[in-house]
Structure formats: C-alpha cells, structure tokens
Design a protein around this ligand. Structure first.
Ligand code: HEM
Length: 253
C-alpha cells in the first residue's frame, strides 16, 4: 500500500481510511454487554473487541507506512510539520517519546477528530437547508465580511459572528459525541492528580472538565473555515426529485 496516494481524497487508501474510521466510530457507539458485565470481557460475546482490533491494526499500518516514508526522507526538517517535530523528539537522546507512541498519538487524533468534524459540517449544511432564511442570512454575512473575489481564510472567522452562532446552535442540537460528560461531585485526588469539579454545563458538545476535547481550537478553525468556503463559493438548495434522479443516472453511468 503506497502512502503517497493517501494525500488525494479520491485515492483508494484515503477512501479506505475514511471507511475504517467510520467503522471504528460505529462500533464504539454500539452497546457492548462486557461494558456492563466485565466478567464477560475475555469471551467478547458480540465480537466487538475482535473487530476493533482489526480496524485499529488497519489504521496503524497506514500511519506506520507514512512515518516510515518520512523517516527515510533526507530533507525532513524539524518543525516543518507536526510529524517532523515528533520524529525529531523521538531521535533525541533519552527521549521518552517513541515511534510507537507517535503512531498511537496520531491514531487518537484521527479517530477523535475526523468524523466529529465532518459530521458537524454536514449537520450545519442540513440545518441551513431546512431553514432557508438562515442560509440567506449566513451568506449575506459572508458577502459583507469578505471583499469581492476573495476566498475566506482563517482570519475572517472572528468577524463571522452569525456563522459562529449557527455552528454553536448546530452543535447544541446535534452533538457528535453526546452523553460524555465526566462529572465529579467533589474535588478528588487520583494518584496525586487533582480532578476538579466543573459546574459549567451550559454548552458541552466538546465535553467538560479535564477530559474535555483537546482539539477544540483546531475543530473550531476547521469547521468554520470549511463552512465559510462551502457557503461562500456555492449556492445550496435541496434537490427536487427530478434532479436527484438525474444525479443518480449520472453516477450510475
Ligand atoms: C466539531 C468537532 C469535535 C467535537 C464535537 C468533539 C467532541 C469531543 C468530545 C465530546 C470528546 C469527549 C470529551 C469527554 O470525554 O468528556 C472529545 C474527545 C477528544 N477529542 Fe474531540 N471533538 C471534535 C474535534 C476534535 C479534533 C479536530 C481533534 C484533534 C485533532 C479532537 C481530539 C480529541 C481527543 C484526542 C479526545 C480524547 C480526549 C481524552 O479522552 O482525554 N477532537 N471530543
């Protein structure tokens, strides 16, 4: 499997990667009897553990392949991207970070960050299509904030206050990882680590407290810039039956 093709959205590897991530998330959201009766864990009665191990191994193989390519590259420069930075740390003497850790770190980031972000973008577009007057308002704001012929960039996000409100409301209505609040009733101490009480539960699509999503700044940037581009560059409407039929025929041809 060549990792270079991973860069292209339509490549076999990236499509496969995307579908494995979806399988991981589908599996993780299914009820699993051993979670309630740990004594059954070794039996794995629903086969969830076996399937998860297979999916994780497939993802690990992809990351391993990408990392191996990077390790072999002679022009890899420290700090040129996050992978190069991690690899430079692993090469330092007495480094506590190993290549194995880097693979698993990327695994965590991709599993946690990919579908959550894309599902949020899909929900925002869906909600706007169901509320055409809000779609119009969002597009108007984009036209006012961006100068003509200019494509949206990260620095525009802070000025797009209506879009920000649309994203917040969508996350409130459709949290991608619901029922994940870890709440402690009192300040507690676990092996010297303090788990502090958190009382702010007004807006929790990213969780709350110490275990809350560490990807919030990145997620906010990606979600808003994707939406700003998609809404500014294209006109969105719900397709009628004839258009859907024509599209299906085109795809089947
Ligand atoms: C709209 C996008 C996202 C949403 C709604 C979201 C939501 C969440 C939620 C609810 C949790 C669980 C928090 C808890 O257990 O209390 C979580 C955990 C996590 N998220 Fe996100 N997330 C998003 C994007 C991202 C991105 C882009 C990344 C990184 C690339 C990321 C990395 C993580 C990681 C590593 C965890 C596990 C933290 C832990 O278990 O300690 N997330 N996320």
């Amino acid at each position: 499997m060549s990792c270079c093709t991973f860069l292209s959205y339509s490549s076999g590897v990236s499509q496969k990667f995307r579908s494995v991530i979806s399988c991981v998330l589908a599996e993780a959201s299914k009820p699993n009897i051993p979670d309630y009766y740990p004594i059954l864990r070794r039996l794995d009665p629903q086969g969830a553990r076996r399937r998860m191990q297979k999916y994780y191994q497939m993802l690990i193989d992809v990351f391993d392949c990408i990392i191996e390519e990077r390790v072999q590259r002679v022009d890899s420069i420290e700090g040129s991207d996050v992978l190069d930075s991690f690899l430079h740390i692993t090469r330092k003497e007495n480094s506590e970070l190993t290549r194995h850790d880097v693979v698993h770190l990327f695994l965590d980031l991709f599993v946690a960050g990919l579908d959550t972000t894309s599902a949020t973008v899909e929900w925002v577009i869906t909600e706007l299509l169901c509320n055409p007057e809000k779609l119009l308002k969002t597009k108007k704001e984009l036209e006012q904030v961006l100068s003509q012929d200019e494509e949206p960039n990260d620095s525009d996000i802070s000025k797009l206050t209506y879009l920000q409100a649309v994203v917040k409301e969508t996350l409130r209505l459709h949290p991608t990882a619901p029922i994940l609040v870890h709440k402690s009733m009192d300040d507690i101490d676990i092996c010297g680590f303090k788990d502090f009480r958190v009382d702010d539960f007004g807006f929790i699509p990213f969780g709350s407290g110490r275990r809350m999503c560490p990807g919030v700044p990145l997620a906010n940037r990606i979600v808003h810039s994707m939406l700003a581009s998609m809404l500014y560059l294209f006109d969105w409407k719900v397709a009628d039956d004839d258009e859907i039929l024509a599209l299906q025929e085109r795809l089947a041809a």
